[in-house]
Design a protein around this ligand. Structure first.
Ligand SMILES: [Zn+2]
Length: 496
């Protein structure tokens, strides 16, 4: 048996000004051929699970690519072609099945449906090929995706700490189907619901209940059931929540389950909206909190959803209100890192920090923050994740420096990196447990590494292309009407 196992992942924020070319994939992970296998074997990624299953089954494995870039703007045409051509070519050379580790919300310059287009091309060269697919909880599911694979499943956790389990679950479904033990059939459903990412944490309601309902559907006999929160920062026709179920031969059973899941989501649609609090008030509330660490979330500049990681609005307010004993992860500013490296550890520098990126989609110009401090640490920004998300994967933040103002320690990086693991601090000599405040450019993923430390958590409403304030975003392509852009009382659409 010959298996094509590949990974091609990007969560595309169509409002993000950050360019997603091949180089950006190289910054996080762009592995071709056998290097793709070596990079993810033994990791807690879906691809790691696929490789383990293949080895157990004694299969011959071909790994054309394993690529992922941190969320950012639409994927450049040549990068998309490079990745998808490699996978399609590997299938064309002959295989018995494919196991794909995808995201589900990739928008490329050449196609709004990055995953659907890939799967359609694979099926064009191998019409009956059994294909297993994992997607992120933030996938924007499409009919083209569903129609062109055998079994599709998504993560049930946000932060995504079950990537390995879902890879294993859908990989086993595929292997059983290959042996003729089961016959997977899928049905999906959606409602016009653009849920906000900040309200999708699976430890919180309403996602907690929806995920429990999906698990209950699996216990009643489905091979897999998934609720996708969707990715609302993609101005794409099919953006939004959906559910997909995989049954053994019984399409009606799959359809009924997906319908129940989406009815439950629609019922609770108001709970998927984030309630705004003025920034000054939230920082003032933080200031009187004595017991740390208090987590301060700069969620409108969340790197892991396409934020530029250099919006200084929240940090400016934290410094203005004179909070003390703060560690910040992270500010993206390669020039500032170079200046600090030149000055050397121990030197005092005055920097025009961050604010290097304009954000035309929300009508904002980059606004740096003038700040003086000591260069505390210089590093190459490389470390291995030991926490529960991306366990075993090597992180490359690029040349990294810590600026210490006396009250605030700022980790400054050269590559975009969302702080979901304590390694972002410990790798540069900061012990996050001892800090009174941790200011994180994250939204929900921070929980993977930092929730166990947190005495309190505040969401700080700054600026940026991952804002939870829909009035700042100009949607043009998403299908209408859709809640909450339109105040709908009844869902006008039902998926065929
Ligand atoms: Zn996600």
């Amino acid at each position: 048996m010959r298996l094509v196992i590949a990974m091609m992942k990007h969560e595309t924020n169509t409002f993000s000004p950050v360019r997603t070319d091949w180089r950006r994939f190289e910054e996080w992970g762009a592995h071709v051929g056998d290097a793709a296998r070596r990079a993810y074997e033994g990791t807690a990624m879906p691809m790691g699970a696929y490789l383990k299953l293949a080895r157990e089954a004694g299969a011959e494995v071909v790994t054309p690519v394993a690529t992922e870039a941190m969320p950012s703007g639409p994927v450049a045409a040549e990068a998309y072609a490079l990745m998808s051509d490699a996978i399609v070519d590997a299938v064309r050379r002959g295989c018995d099945a494919a196991m794909l580790d995808l995201h589900g919300a990739m928008v490329a310059e050449t196609t709004g449906d990055g995953e659907g287009t890939l799967l359609q091309r694979i099926r064009a060269v191998a019409p009956d090929l059994p294909i297993a697919v994992t997607c992120d909880l933030h996938a924007n599911l499409t009919e083209t995706m569903v129609r062109n694979c055998t079994a599709l499943i998504g993560y049930k956790t946000y932060p995504h700490v079950d990537m390995y389990e879902v890879g294993e679950q859908v990989g086993r479904i595929l292997l059983r189907a290959l042996k003729g033990e089961i016959r997977p059939v899928m049905a999906w459903e959606r409602r016009p619901l653009l849920a906000q990412t900040l309200r999708m944490g699976t430890d919180d309601e309403p996602m907690k209940t929806l995920i429990a309902l999906a698990r209950a559907e699996e216990q009643r006999g489905l091979l897999a059931a998934t609720v996708f929160g969707g990715f609302p920062l993609a101005d794409f026709a099919d953006a939004g929540m959906s559910a997909i179920s995989v049954a053994d031969g019984d399409a009606a059973m799959a359809k009924a389950a997906s319908r129940r899941l989406m009815d439950a989501a629609w019922e609770r649609r108001e709970e998927f909206l984030y309630r705004h609090e003025p920034l000054e008030e939230a920082v003032a509330r933080a200031k009187v909190m004595r017991e740390g660490p208090v987590l301060l979330l700069d969620h409108a500049d969340n790197v892991g959803s396409g934020g530029t990681e250099d919006v200084m609005t929240v940090l400016r307010e934290v410094i203005r209100q004179d909070l003390e004993d703060v560690a910040v992860a992270a500010v993206w500013d390669p020039d500032a890192v170079q200046r600090m490296a030149k000055a050397g550890v121990g030197a005092t520098v005055t920097l025009s920090l961050g604010g290097k990126t304009d954000m035309p989609s929300i009508g904002m110009k980059g606004a740096p923050l003038d700040v003086t401090g000591k260069v505390r640490t210089l590093s190459d920004g490389e470390w291995i994740v030991r926490g529960p998300m991306y366990t075993g994967v090597k992180v490359t933040m690029g040349p990294t420096a810590v600026l210490d103002t006396g009250k605030v320690q700022i980790v400054v990086v050269s590559r975009h990196h969302e702080p979901w693991d304590q390694g972002v601090f410990t790798s540069v000599g900061i012990d996050p447990k001892t800090k009174r405040y941790l200011l994180l450019k994250s939204r929900i993923h921070y929980r993977a590494g930092f929730a166990p430390l947190a005495r309190a958590t505040l969401t700080l409403d700054g600026d940026g292309v991952t804002t939870s304030d829909n009035s700042r975003l100009r949607f043009a392509a998403v299908r209408r009407p859709i809640f909450p852009l339109d105040r709908l009382n009844a869902p006008p659409e039902r998926t065929a």
